[in-house]
Design a protein around this ligand. Structure first.
Ligand SMILES: [Zn+2]
Ligand SMILES: [Zn+2]
Length: 391
């Protein structure tokens, strides 16, 4: 099913119930409960709010019987927050203000902005409507406590079901928070967490692993199947796979430009880097960052160079070999004016080479920007469990 970009995803619903107990001495106690009865997917997280109504910490709700972490201030209120109707949560980056979705408002690890890469405790990423909900929640609770009468027990309910069921139509209160579907949904290749981001490339919001190499692998696999089924010709496949590599490699370079302090002259050179030109990118990336995309690929270097030259001919010269091609490609079987007949084998081999090259970029890049170990460890344990079950 295709979905439309930037459409609203409603709240999952559910009810928060405050039970206010006032004894004969006028001492007030309160309990907070949450119930969910709709068939919509839902997950629940907790955030500590300051009595003034703003979020000030995450709650690690742990498992049953595990005590919660202490609040950052005395008198903090535990705010229960349910997901959107897909079981996900919307977030807004405190630095670049862009929206994204993930499957948690985590308490055990920091959240990473998929766009600008800033890393902070997840309550800093609350969206404006989520913040309004928190202040409404705190205010409702305090009003109920203030109005409690001696020797009574009273329930106050924040009913999100009523609101979730009437998404359109009536104007809704501003504490009804929803999220917004973005453009690219992906499961992180390192930690398996769900992400929904604007654009195509970004950091996994859970572990901080950049998805660019994985996006290339996915795209190249699709082109490979079309090549096998004959839906795409070998020369078109060559154009497409080089274009995917160019975009993914450029994305890593753009991240290096924004996160590594460097002189303006280096920025200018990197902005003009050519990923169709092996000598050019090998020289710049090795000199500036000690990254060699052709590491361990000495035997394939001339092949990759030839295919990059061919891509240029398919793109700009109608497939007819030019003088430039004959000079630069090292291809001795072709003379100027020949039509280049691309082979399916070449296209497959090129896909393998480009995937190796982007994997090198991925590893070297993440060595400079290490991911959150917590999420990677959890995923490693999960894979081991699955492995044991299947063994
Ligand atoms: Zn950001
Ligand atoms: Zn991840």
């Amino acid at each position: 099913m295709t979905r439309e970009d930037f459409t609203e995803v409603g709240h999952t619903g559910g009810k928060v119930t405050f039970t206010i107990i006032c004894d004969s001495e006028g001492q007030v106690k309160h309990q907070i409960g949450y119930s969910h009865s709709s068939p919509r997917p839902a997950s629940l997280v907790g955030v500590y709010a300051h009595p003034d109504g703003f979020a000030c910490g995450n709650i690690d709700m742990g498992g049953i019987g595990t005590p919660w972490n202490a609040p950052p201030f005395p008198n903090c209120i535990a705010v229960m927050m349910a997901s959107d109707s897909h079981g996900r949560f919307g977030h807004e980056c405190p630095r670049c203000s862009k929206h994204f979705r993930s499957d948690n408002i985590p308490a055990k690890f920091l959240l990473t902005c998929p766009y600008c890469g800033v890393r902070a405790e997840s309550y800093h990423f609350l969206t404006p409507p989520q913040k309004v909900y928190i202040s409404h929640y705190v205010e409702s609770l305090y009003t109920a406590i203030y109005e409690a009468e001696v020797d009574t027990t009273r329930e106050v309910v924040i009913d999100m079901d009523v609101l979730a069921d009437s998404v359109t139509g009536d104007p809704r209160p501003d504490f009804y928070y929803t999220s917004t579907a973005q453009q690219t949904e992906f499961k992180c290749s390192a930690c398996n967490s769900y992400n929904d981001i604007r654009g195509k490339y970004g950091y996994c919001s859970s572990c901080g692993w950049r998805n660019s190499a994985e996006q290339q692998r996915v795209a190249l696999e699709q082109i490979r199947s079309k090549l096998k089924s004959g839906d795409v010709s070998a020369s078109v496949a060559v154009k497409q796979v080089v274009s995917e590599f160019d975009a993914a490699a450029r994305d890593y370079v753009n991240q290096l430009i924004s996160h590594v302090p460097m002189k303006e002259s280096r920025v200018k050179q990197l902005e003009k880097i050519l990923f169709h030109n092996i000598d050019n990118f090998e020289e710049l990336l090795s000199k500036f960052f000690d990254i060699s995309l052709l590491k361990g690929m000495a035997a394939d270097r001339s092949f990759v160079n030839k295919m990059f030259c061919r891509r240029h001919v398919y793109e700009h010269d109608g497939g007819v070999a030019t003088t430039r091609y004959v000079e630069k490609s090292g291809d001795t079987d072709i003379v100027e004016g020949d039509l280049i007949r691309e082979t399916v084998n070449n296209a497959h081999k090129l896909i393998g080479c480009l995937n190796r090259m982007i994997a090198t970029f991925e590893t070297d890049f993440q060595e400079m920007f290490p991911p959150e170990e917590f999420c990677i460890e959890v995923e490693k344990e999960r894979r081991e469990r699955i492995g044991q079950r299947n063994a």
